[in-house]
Design a protein around this ligand. Structure first.
Ligand code: ZN
Length: 296
């Protein structure tokens, strides 16, 4: 199976088996200038890996998709405009193709093969440059937008990122980019989220306080999500989420329990993601297996 994790700046493609083992992988820059260039780069990423072993192709794309159609409607960081990626790849490679939002596929991977194994209701948050989210509800991946990064956690708060014109969204206050900004406010332009996490781990009180504040915003969102979906588990991953770990998860869990209705206020749990940087790749491949098994 080929999985393709399409990022705003990089395309990670790989051959993955049903157990989620990555047998082969390749990382290339994604040219962000035109839809044609991105599609050509995706074709090349697949062509490099495709051979007789491959039964289908799955894509995880950082975009809003037409539900169940594989059409890429709009992406914050890529020049897609209502492109039929599933139809294109099917015609180009003659294989079944599945396409899903990148955060949704990461949620699928954590549910099937990672920190969420065995649960029926799960929310996965991916904290990186932006914030992605995915939901598993009653043993099914929710196929809607699940743009958890764009829930409001501070009314009239700071402007959001990228193409989003909202204010006080979780992504503006608890992403790796927000952590970069906090580090720069403390120590100037050269500092970033890595410095913030490193100094907090060495006991720097200012750094710990800024990460705790980020955790509080995360917890506000999670408390609200608990009140909507009452999941058994919240899984937090992504580059920044994984690096910051307990420094944000502990204050987030405390804040979330403050907001959640009983009995979620006592039992609500946050855990770190388990699949790391390959969650998107493995999840994309799982979408490919769904296509192979006739779910598309
Ligand atoms: Zn937003």
């Amino acid at each position: 199976m080929i999985g393709v994790d399409v990022g705003g700046t990089k395309i990670l493609s790989g051959v993955v088996d049903r157990e989620g083992t990555v047998l082969e992988q390749s990382l290339v820059e994604s040219p962000g200038t035109s839809e044609e260039d991105v599609v050509a780069a995706l074709d090349a990423a697949v062509a490099e890996l495709v051979d007789d072993r491959i039964g289908a192709i799955g894509f995880g794309v950082p975009a809003n998709l037409g539900r169940g159609t594989g059409r890429v409607l709009r992406a914050t960081n890529l020049p897609f405009d209502d492109f039929d990626l599933a139809g294109h790849a099917r015609a180009r490679f003659g294989l079944p193709v599945g396409v899903e939002n990148d955060a949704n596929v990461a949620a699928l991977a954590e549910w099937k093969l990672g920190a969420g194994r065995g649960t029926s209701n799960l929310v996965v948050l991916t904290l990186g440059t932006g914030i992605g989210g995915g939901l598993v509800l009653d043993d099914r991946l929710y196929r809607g937008w699940a743009e958890i990064g764009h829930v409001v956690v501070q009314a009239d708060g700071p402007p959001c990122q990228g193409n989003c014109h909202g204010h006080g969204h979780l992504e503006a206050l608890a992403s790796g980019t927000a952590a970069d900004r906090a580090a720069q406010e403390l120590w100037g332009d050269g500092a970033d989220a890595h410095v913030l996490v490193d100094r907090a781990r060495s006991g720097d009180e200012a750094a710990r306080a800024r990460l705790a504040a980020i955790g509080e915003f995360l917890g506000a969102a999670i408390g609200s999500l608990a009140n909507l979906f009452d999941p058994e588990l919240f899984v937090v991953g992504g580059g920044f989420g994984t690096a910051a770990g307990d420094l944000i998860l502990e204050p987030a869990q405390e804040a979330a329990r403050r907001e959640a209705l009983a009995p979620a206020d006592k039992r609500l749990r946050l855990v770190p993601a388990e699949l790391g940087a390959v969650a998107g790749l493995v999840g994309a491949a799982l979408i490919g297996f769904e296509a192979l098994d006739g779910a598309w």
